[in-house]
Design a protein around this ligand. Structure first.
Ligand code: TSJ
Length: 643
């Protein structure tokens, strides 16, 4: 180096000092660069390296990436891209490969042939991984040579040298995270696999292989999706029932930015919107999501309007339009601005306009060309809107009632003595006479009784929203004490077991359907948290002399009657079909249906409630055809419904 001019040499030394300070800072405050030194920070190292290979794939030069956990928690990331440049960089007089690993913030964006779009969450790059690794080595296949360089805790310990010949190109990075820095160095294969699968979905056509070579936990997965984000949406919906077969795909670009969107509606209620900017997940949303949402709402309302599907003044809100929607939204842009608490929110406002115009144009066109799908989607949004309206009215009704009457408990409620909700139960009982027996038969220490409706509510004549405005449901809301709809607060629930007690006949099944639908739509957490039960009154009463027993199914009836007849088989056993709750005396009701020692309760699951809701929708709906179909199919259960 003695023949280098002294000024240049001086500059070289100065920049060297700066570099050392840079990586020193990373080791002093690793959290600043990778978030934390816990498990999440550890895995972040892998993403940081993989992001560089993904960038190469985005640039169109790489179609295969392998991520391997080797024994000893060593990570190896390999790609088949062009290979990190190895030529000498003018500013530093060092091989570009060395600069990438030793200069903070030097990403993959050097050289004229670099690419426009780049990931790298905080733009920290490979040097941070190097600084936080006990050792790190890189092999670059390029120009027919294999170049190697080695580092130890960020310091170079072997200059770049050629170690052999090759006929391919690519980069291979191996590193062992520094156990002095990290709380744990035990990699979770599943965490890496899920992250890599997401990347495979986001980069259509890219092959990703993940491997675990650690003893006794060997695994290997290959991931490759030609469909890209369409396949991502299909994957998310795999256990759901889509309401249209095809995933709708839209894309467009402008001024060096690109947007891709894939959507599909299913028959459920959840909305899943997964958004990405430069392949980085943005769970906090941002401008791309804002543009997407406003376009979807606009297009759906415009189509519904032009197809005359809206009543006068009716409008579909954004939430209505996204009920049951699964969407993946991926944008690429030159200078992503990540904001928010966890830097997971996209701030670039130009992206909102791009996504909004892509979705507006492409989705309208899709609707024009696929009117059947458009109608299905709009009908779904209309259902959501009408349920929302009904819920709002019901809430207002309850608020108004409470204001008028105070929050006094309903007069018909026979409350229990115990005050701890975890220990109490409420029986919601169909009919006054059954209500009377239940009040007499109960254990009033912990069982409350709320009789509903002297007579069966004439459900078939009432429209869905009127049911919820119906005064008959107000006592249920006040007795449970936890509010309704958006105001529902599970922590205020007055009884942890809510037991619906209704007959096994048509009227009983109406009440159950109605109550479950009501809970499902307006007190869903009640069902989700397993607080709702159906009492199971016995179906048969068996008598031999003074001996009385009950059976809950045909099989049980036969078994018990055989038992009661005894081995000689000549005794006479009277079997009667239970006529209904109202006809049992209080003692019988307690023994068969209410005594925790002997009763059978069926816990209502969300699936049960969804089923009830569907039955209800068909029964209450304004469409005659599906209702008739339903009734014909289920004639046994709804025989005395008059339509
Ligand atoms: F950054 C890194 F070292 F961590 C890393 C980089 C890790 C891995 C696994 C792969 C890579 C990487 C970098 N793969 N491919 C590249 N490509 C370049 O750096 C490259 C190659 C050629 C040109 C060119 O203009 O000719 C430009 C670039 C950025």
């Amino acid at each position: 180096m003695s023949d280098i001019n002294p000024i240049a040499s001086h500059e070289y030394d100065a920049s060297q000092i700066q570099i050392l300070e840079g990586l020193e800072a990373v080791r002093k405050r690793p959290g600043m660069y990778i978030g934390s030194t816990s498990e999440s920070g550890l895995h972040h190292l892998v993403y940081e390296i993989v992001d560089n290979a993904i960038d190469e794939a985005l640039a169109g030069y790489c179609n295969k990436i392998e991520v391997t956990i080797e024994p000893g928690d060593v990570i190896c990331v390999t790609d088949n891209g062009r290979g990190v440049p190895v030529d000498i960089q003018e500013q530093s007089g060092k091989p570009a490969l060395e600069v990438v690993y030793t200069v903070l913030h030097a990403g993959g964006k050097f050289g004229g042939g670099g690419y426009k779009v780049s990931g790298g969450l905080h733009g920290v790059g490979a040097s941070v991984v190097n600084a936080l690794s006990e050792w790190l080595e890189v092999n670059v296949h390029k120009n027919g040579n294999i170049y190697q360089i080695k580092f130890c805790r960020g310091d170079i310990i072997e200059d770049m040298t050629v170690i052999g010949k090759t006929d391919r190109t690519g980069t291979c990075v191996r590193f062992k995270p520094d156990s002095r820095i990290f709380d744990t160095t035990d990699f979770n294969y599943e965490t890496l696999r899920v992250r890599m699968r997401e990347q495979a979905f986001l980069n259509a056509g890219l092959h990703i292989v993940t491997q675990d070579l650690r003893p006794n936990r060997e695994r290997r997965d290959t991931m490759h999706y030609e469909g890209g984000i369409r396949a991502f949406v299909a994957y998310i919906n795999q256990n759901k029932t889509p309401i249209h077969d095809e995933v709708i795909y839209m894309s467009g670009e402008r001024n060096g930015s690109a947007a891709e969107v894939a959507i599909q509606y299913h028959d459920g209620y959840n909305e899943v919107l997964a958004s990405f900017a430069n392949n980085i997940h943005t769970p906090e949303g941002g401008m791309h999501e804002t543009g997407f949402k406003s376009a979807v709402t606009k297009v759906i309302n415009a189509y519904a309007q032009s197809a005359n599907m809206l009543k006068d003044g009716e409008k579909l809100t954004g939430d209505d339009c996204r009920e049951g929607l699964t969407a993946v939204l991926s944008v690429k842009l030159e200078e992503p601005q990540f904001e928010g608490q966890t830097k997971a929110k996209l701030g670039n406002s130009e992206i909102r306009t791009l996504v909004e115009s892509v979705v507006s144009e492409k989705l309208s066109t899709y609707f024009e060309e696929n009117p059947t799908v458009a109608r299905k989607i709009i009908e779904k949004a209309l259902m959501a809107a009408r349920a929302r309206e009904a819920a709002k009215k019901a809430r207002e009704n309850v608020r108004r009632k409470n204001a008028l009457e105070g929050s006094t408990l309903p007069g018909k409620l026979a409350d229990c003595n115990e005050r701890d909700p975890a220990l109490t139960e409420i029986y919601i009982v169909e009919g006054d006479s059954a209500g009377g027996s239940a009040k007499q038969g109960r254990d009033s220490r912990f069982q409350a009784i709320l009789p509903l409706w002297g007579k069966m509510l004439n459900v078939e004549k009432a429209r869905a929203d009127r049911i919820y405005n119906n005064d008959k449901l107000t006592p249920v809301i006040t007795a449970l004490g936890a509010g309704i709809g958006e105001d529902f607060d599970l922590s205020r629930l007055r009884y942890h077991k809510v037991i619906i007690m209704a007959d096994a006949d048509v009227d009983g099944s109406h009440i159950r359907t109605l109550l479950l639908t009501f809970f499902f739509r307006f007190m869903r957490p009640l069902i989700e948290n397993g607080h709702v039960y159906a009492a199971q009154p016995p179906l048969f009463k068996l008598e031999r002399g003074k001996q009385v027993r009950y059976a809950f199914s045909d099989e049980e009836r036969d078994r018990i009657s055989a038992e009661m007849r005894g081995p000689d088989g000549r005794a006479k056993v009277d079997i009667s079909r239970n006529k209904g709750l109202g006809e049992m005396d209080f003692h019988e009701l307690w023994e068969t249906t209410m005594n925790p020692e002997t009763r059978i309760l069926k816990r209502i699951t969300l699936t049960d409630a969804i089923q009830a809701d569907e039955i209800f929708t068909v029964l209450m709906g304004e469409k005659v055809e599906p209702r008739r179909e339903f009734i014909e199919k289920n004639a046994r259960y709804v025989e005395n419904l008059d339509i």
